[in-house]
Design a protein around this ligand. Structure first.
Ligand SMILES: *Cc1c(COP(=O)(O)O)cnc(C)c1O
Length: 478
């Protein structure tokens, strides 16, 4: 049956309005200050109204959404947005994401949505090649590295307990052999979440001391393993510390597996992508010897939100930990990858399309160029800032992360904390770039993350000029 012409044009106009607003927004992203022009309260006031009783025309609703929403948007994909490790959302990914929404494929099953399932299979093959990880690994397409860590650690929990002859999927953890967890002192907070979700608890891990860059010290790990009781063990390492960008010594850690068998997991939300560049892959050398890897699409690969990849070498452990089945769901043919077997959700977005479009657009070389450019720009940023007296670079800039502290060397730590906070405020108010603070080894720092595909050398130069200008004005006020 044909729909009425009025409805048809209403639908079409709604889509066209969304398209027009998207293009307008993206066209101005480089010129607009990256931070929102209003606060949450104003946004709430703008959206708040009694529950609509009757219908609105689609174009009207979309226009109103754009008008009310835009003032409160953060320019996360802006070229001078440095506050968090957040990718720049590549246009190929946005365009593919529009299609993904229009196609609306529930990616739970290869028979129901063959294209969505097949594209994931291909992207998984590409990712293993790009990141140079064991080609037999399976990949679950999840919302981000938080869930990827959870999925990988669920697979690890399955395997280490299966080896101790315990079926955790059937029996849970009551009465199970104790799993001993070892992780670095500077692990990402999402690891704690994963351990909580898995019933292991966030406070049960043995914390391994780290060096001044946040790298796990393999000698301390060896000692801890030596002292530990027999039984299931999981070691959680990291590629790309969220403040310093540092990498754990994977080869040294992996060597310990021979003496003390354990499952080795790598949280490589952004840092694992160093492996996509010949120039920087040595940073994550030995990471291929792990058993599982969590990484993000929506950070360095520039996919739209949300997209993460849970990569597990032992496909069976991955599947056993996550598998889902129901009588009404068609069963995939033998040998056909079933996307729902590797993630916690049944119904979900077809995340493979946007990943495919970006990898297709950039290619291996384009991705390597992106990683190398960001690392080079981080180095340049650090050099430009360090040339000014009273600005100190705290980390060894190996990747895309720079942490900075403000204050003459003779000042106390407390005064430097205060100056750093004040300078950050002034920089944000200057509206050239957007960044924020973090606490590193107990002290206030300013953190810079370079992850947007839009960021170029000129953006780093104008940002460092703004930072130095703000620092000078703070100093004058001291
Ligand atoms: C960002 C990040 C995470 C969490 O990733 P999400 O995509 O935000 O879920 C985990 N670990 C590290 C090291 C990260 O940088």
């Amino acid at each position: 049956m044909k729909s009425e012409p009025a409805r048809e044009s209403d639908e079409r106009k709604g889509l066209e309005e969304a398209h027009r607003h998207s293009i307008q927004f993206l066209d101005s992203i480089a010129e607009t200050p990256p931070k929102p022009s209003c606060h949450y309260e104003d946004c709430y006031a703008a959206f708040s109204e009694p529950l609509p009783d009757g219908p609105s025309a689609i174009p009207d609703a979309i226009t109103e959404l754009a008008r009310k929403g835009e003032p409160g948007l953060m320019g996360m994909q802006a070229p001078t947005f440095f506050r968090w490790v957040i990718g720049g959302c590549h246009p190929a990914g946005i365009a593919a994401d529009w299609l993904t929404s229009a196609w609306s494929q529930n990616t739970g099953n290869p028979l129901a949505t063959p294209s969505a399932a097949a594209v994931e299979t291909v992207v998984a093959e590409w990712l293993l090649e790009l990141l140079d990880l064991p080609r037999e690994s399976s990949i679950g397409f999840v919302t981000g590295a938080t869930l990827a860590n959870f999925v990988c650690l669920a697979a690890s929990r399955h395997q280490v307990l299966a080896e101790a002859e315990w079926d955790v999927e059937s029996n849970g953890l009551y009465g199970a052999p104790l799993i001993q967890i070892f992780m670095g002192a500077e692990a990402h907070t999402s690891i704690n979440c994963a351990l909580r979700y898995l019933g292991i608890g966030s406070e049960t891990a043995r914390i391994i001391p780290t060096d001044d860059q946040g790298r796990m010290d393999a000698r301390f790990l060896a000692e801890a393993l030596q002292e530990s009781a027999e039984g299931p063990k999981i070691v959680i390492s990291q590629a790309g510390q969220i403040n310093t960008g540092a990498f754990d010594p994977f080869d040294e850690i992996a060597c310990l597996k021979e003496r003390f068998p354990f499952w080795l997991h790598v949280d490589g939300a952004f840092g694992l992508w160093a492996r996509a560049s010949d120039k920087h892959s040595s940073l994550a050398k030995g990471a291929e010897r792990a058993d599982s890897w969590a990484t993000d699409g929506h950070k360095w690969l520039q996919t739209p939100y949300d997209c993460g990849y849970a990569i597990v070498k032992n496909e069976e452990a991955h599947r056993k930990a996550m598998a889902i089945g129901a009588s009404y769901l068609p069963e995939a043919d033998a040998g056909v990858r079933d996307p729902a077997q590797y993630v916690p959700e049944l119904s979900r977005r077809a995340r493979g399309f946007a990943s495919w479009a970006i990898i297709k657009t950039l290619g291996r070389q384009g991705i390597a160029e992106l990683i190398e450019r960001h690392c080079r720009l981080a180095r340049l940023f650090a050099d430009l800032l360090a040339s000014e007296t009273g600005i100190e670079i705290i980390n060894t800039v190996v990747l895309n992360q720079v942490i900075v502290r403000f204050g003459e060397p003779s000042l106390s730590d407390e005064t430097k904390d205060e100056l750093t906070e004040k300078t950050i405020e002034a920089i944000v108010a200057d509206e050239v770039c957007y960044l924020g603070g973090s606490i590193w080894k107990g002290r206030q720092v300013m953190r810079i993350s370079i992850v947007s595909w839009r960021t170029q050398e000129s953006d780093i130069r104008r940002s460092s000029e703004s930072i130095i200008r703000c620092w000078r004005s703070i100093q004058k006020g001291v």
